[in-house]
Design a binder for this molecule. Sequence first.
Ligand code: ATR
Length: 279
Amino acid sequence: MRKACVIGWPIAHSRSPLIHNYWLKKYGIDAAYEKKAVKPENVAQFIVNLATSEFVGCNVTIPHKEKVFQAVAVADKIASRMGAVNTVYLKDGAVCGTNTDGEGFIASLHHSYPAFDLRTKTAIIIGAGGAAKAIIGALLDEGAARIGIINRTRERTLGLQEQFGSRVFEINATMMSDALKNCNLLVNTTSQGMEGQPQLAVDIRHLKQDALVADIIYVPMETAFLEKAKQLEHPVLGGLGMLLHQAVRGFELWFGLKPEVTTELYELVAADVQKAHEQ
Ligand code: ATR
């Protein structure tokens, strides 16, 4: 029986098994997807040995994404741009790595707002970590005109600006209110607003009227930031869609079928998140 897994340390809270096992059952595929706790010191060996293991591939979660990028035999363009791998698969016996976080965000956006055309649009990204990098790269690939970044640590913003070039610009706190007036898409990629974390302190009263507001956090499913945006009548996008859509390509690479992100799957994972949130 074919098997895939998600590796992390710790791994108990991963929702990837729920997602992939839903699809395996839905499509009647005789395979399994499981959690595998792999210690940081064993990650490189696990990846190198994948071709001769019981697994056809794996997802990679915190804190292994950078280590796995180093360990795969072949990293594609997107993984190289990220310096991080979240999906590993075998091709002609070689262990290959890619990164689907950016495409997960774009697919989620298109799923919820099919008419939202990124070309000619200006986006503002709050945060400059790994998730920001994935989303900025994907937005640029989709033709976004300009992307502003605001982050606590300025060096990281400048690093992304240098990596991605002239369509990316830095926003500081004093510029923010003006920048928001011309913004079509505002995305929080920081952990601010996540359960147990302080709220995101970004004032969106001056945000362009029809701007779409997104948060990649999915615990809680609707952050205070999104609640505020909704009150101000902005279209909003929560983080759960990105989690589901980033899983699509791994499943297709391992099991040969592009799975659908259904309402039923969304509700299944949402119920699980809700349960954890209430505990
Ligand atoms: P991820 O891979 O999820 O993006 P990360 O690379 O650690 O995680 O990035 C986390 C982001 O949240 C960063 O932009 C971080 O800001 P810094 O670059 O200044 O560290 C931001 N962040 C985390 N905690 C924060 C806080 N308390 N206040 C403001 N920004 C915060």
